[in-house]
Design a protein around this ligand. Sequence first.
Ligand code: 5AD
Ligand code: SF4
Length: 443
Amino acid sequence: MKKLFYIKTYGCQMNFYDSEKIQDLLKPMGYILSKEPENCDLAILNTCHIREKASEKMYSDIGRLSKYKKNKKLAGENMIIAICGCVAQAEGKEIIKRNKDVDIVLGPHNYHKLTSILSKKFTRPVIKNEFDVEEKFNSFPKPSFSGVTAFVSIQEGCDKFCTFCVVPYTRGAEYSRNVLDIFGEVKNLVSLGVKEITLLGQNVNAYNGKFDFQNPKNLYSLAKLCSFLSEIKGLERIRYITSHPADMTDELILEHQNNSKLMPYLHLPIQSGSNKILKEMNRRYTKEVYLKIVEKLRSKIPNIALTSDFIVGFPGENKSDFDDTMDIVKSVKFAGSYSFKYSPRPGTPAFLKKFDLEDNIINDRLNILQKELNLQQKQFNEKCIGLDMEVLIEKIGKKRNQFVGRSEYLQPVHIISREDLIGKLVKVKIKSLTSFSLHGKLS
Ligand code: 5AD
Ligand code: SF4
């Protein structure tokens, strides 16, 4: 019988990857994806716990699903509500206590259990939040359909324990998948038409994976993995996200220099430009070390685009700490970045620190920072006008004969063509810029 399911994903790319895998699990069970939750037999929220706002959003969305579930009950039908992801891991029991309509709670390492849970009758809520990442990866089925680009999770969890961050508690210890498993997944994706992969990990450049089970001592770094994957014929581009400055090795920088499939783009979060705050955050580097990495990267790969994450208003951040952040932003010049107000997360060491900075001061600092980051992004994009850029076309655009792709630096690029270019790498002369998109002509 036809059953409908709905899935909403919050947060990082890792969650989007997991949500795709959940869909791959459900489709063979006869479930069909629906864009709206109202009439579904199963509604899934794949949640994020990184900042308070993301968690609160989940609770209001559960409230909405509850109403739909009640309506279905009146019609003699049921809607199973499943909460997955990092909030499920961190607040499993609390979720069930706060909302009696939730049926299933699954932490990030437990999605593969969904099939067996759904195939049995259950009368009480089911909570699964064991840490067994290896079993999870081994249980996902092969996808049978994909677009031009795809995410491939290669590493999960984190051992860095930055004092503000929930990831080591919700995703567990660092785990790297086997090289041959990743190779097989990428090869399959390429056979389905994928041209670009983004390797995912919470701390992706700490990747240290066994080649296979028979060779536990034969370990591959991220650089070696990229080199190995680039041998796959038909794979045109490789990206990876998110990196930690302390794991940015010379080997990886050299790989960028020598491997033409590895894109000249690096997301390398610094978080703050103040050595005092970096220490309080337990980031394990100073601003000088970060600048040295940038210098090395730019000496080997002069065109590399750098992006970062910033946290504003960490406990103890004073005006001079914030000025240090602005100084580093102005000296590095980023191609784009994310910036967030510090959000105290229960269970993290920073949660216990005195946090008395006034909200209007934090907002002012965030505004100043974002204004500068937006300006830098605009300047970076403006420098592309007149260039011939290599663009991988991903989809059709909103206008007639319009196609949209991405440059090497991940910028969206719009072009007009009568020929279907989806999946093709084309040279585009960049003519203009609208907000953060580039527009050009086939050259
Ligand atoms: N408050 C604000 N931002 C945070 N991040 C992680 N934890 C917090 C927090 N408690 C940000 C960091 C990280 C990005 C994924 O989210 O900048 O790099
Ligand atoms: Fe969180 Fe720090 Fe690990 Fe990144 S490196 S996931 S910010 S603990």
